[in-house]
Ligand binder design. Structure first.
Ligand code: FES
Length: 111
């Protein structure tokens, strides 16, 4: 089973976490299942960016993002080349190292 290392985040997981993931699960669902309450304001429908995360290791193992995901990512706070929406990125076979950005912007609420 692949593992996801979540790097420490001040509020959501101050110590960081190493979690087991199932292939085909989203990064967001792995976090939520383990009590890391990453925001998901649009209920995982690719419309808010609050689940934005940065995949520091293992990025290339993930299936490519869709155009809809890329459009939303463009509006994320702190966008990086390895940014993904946690609700859209499906775990493949490889281990991942994931950073949860410090801030998020909730486009679902703001529009
Ligand atoms: S939960 Fe809204 S885009 Fe992922």
């Amino acid at each position: 089973m692949p593992k996801i290392v979540f790097l420490p985040h001040q509020d959501l997981c101050p110590e960081g976490a190493v979690l087991e993931a199932k292939v085909g699960e989203t990064i967001l669902d792995v976090a939520l299942r383990n009590g890391i309450e990453v925001e998901h304001a649009c209920e995982k429908s690719c419309a808010c960016t609050t689940c934005h995360c940065i995949v520091r290791e293992g990025f290339d193992s993930l299936a490519e993002s869709t155009e809809d995901e890329d459009d939303m990512l463009d509006k994320s706070w702190g966008l990086e080349p390895e940014s993904r929406l946690g609700c859209q990125a499906l775990v493949a076979g490889d281990d991942l190292v994931v950073e949860i950005p410090r801030y998020t912007i909730n486009h679902a609420r703001e529009h």
